[in-house]
Design a binder for this molecule. Structure first.
Ligand code: PAF
Length: 286
């Protein structure tokens, strides 16, 4: 059985008991609508903190401050009972499921913002999004005080920003990045996939196909970004391309040649559903 905690006070009490018992904590923050990608994060957490040594904790909270679009927030899929059943099957000990005013009480006016890493990729078209993510993750991190916090590499920009925030604010524990989980046909798992109608679901396969082609061109020796991404618009088919960019994997600034680890990342909308994905190109890695 997963213990469900809903208030900050309950979570603080639980954390104090765990600390007093000398047990570790692995933490997977989520916005619910759990899929196999989240389950992979939980398994990675459990591998670091086995049941005999500590607690596996998730949060389920659709964070309003990271949505720029009220329709997107309203349409975000929610299924707490289903999520808790999946979490129980993964051996999750505790789920923190607060209401918005628990994390943003009346008058809350403190924000956490990481400079410099959000001017490209998703940050460019979603002003305030990463400020919302950083603010909520700081609040959750402060409360859960994990030994390990686990995040997917599909949201590479989010992971890079959270790593920087964690370092700059001297937060406890460690940020762990976990590989993207894909459907057998290559589509990256996302809570948004359930909103794709069958036609859009098929069209969205253009994303993994495109990224595979980029990797193949890179492995064949191509290093010029213009050539790697040539024809992206047509290659992504029916999707409305928000961006396709190649950026330095560390500082997330655009590059024109792949000379250091480089992220090719994209956001494409199919039938109103915005999907993101990426491939990391590492010169010198075999
Ligand atoms: O990746 C997500 O699901 C969210 O951005 C996170 C990290 C749970 C913060 O709301």
């Amino acid at each position: 059985m997963v213990k469900v905690l809903r208030t900050v006070e309950e979570l603080q009490r639980w954390r104090a008991q765990v600390r007093a018992a000398g047990r570790q904590v692995a933490f997977v923050p989520t916005m619910g609508s759990l899929h196999a990608g989240h389950l992979e994060l939980m398994r990675a957490g459990r591998a670091r903190v086995p049941a005999e040594r500590g607690e596996l904790v998730i949060s389920i909270f659709v964070n309003p401050t990271q949505f720029n679009d009220a329709n997107d927030l309203a349409a975000y899929p929610r299924d707490e009972a289903g999520d808790l059943a999946l979490a129980a099957a993964e051996g999750v000990d505790v789920a923190f499921c607060p209401e918005p005013d628990a994390l943003y009480p009346k008058g809350a006016s403190t924000w956490v913002e990481v400079g410099g890493l959000d001017n490209h990729l998703c940050g460019a078209s979603r002003p305030g999004h990463f400020r919302g993510v950083c603010t909520v993750v700081t609040k959750l991190w402060q409360l859960v005080a994990p030994d390990y916090g686990l995040f997917g590499r599909k949201d590479y920009q989010q992971l890079a920003i959270l790593r920087r925030m964690h370092r700059d604010l001297f937060l406890c524990g460690e940020v762990v990045g976990v590989s993207t989980v894909r459907e057998p046909d290559g589509l990256a798992l996302s809570s948004r996939n359930v909103r794709l109608d069958p036609a859009a679901r098929t069209q969205a396969l253009a994303i993994p196909r495109f990224l595979d082609e980029v990797r193949a061109r890179f492995e064949a020796g191509e290093r010029e970004v213009e050539a790697l991404l040539a024809g992206a618009g047509e290659r992504l088919g029916a999707g409305e391309v928000h961006y396709v960019s190649a950026v330095d994997a560390d500082d997330l600034q655009p590059v024109v040649r792949v000379e250091a680890p480089t992220l090719v990342a994209l956001a494409v909308v199919f039938s109103g559903v915005r999907l993101i994905d990426n491939v990391l190109l590492e010169p010198g890695a075999s």
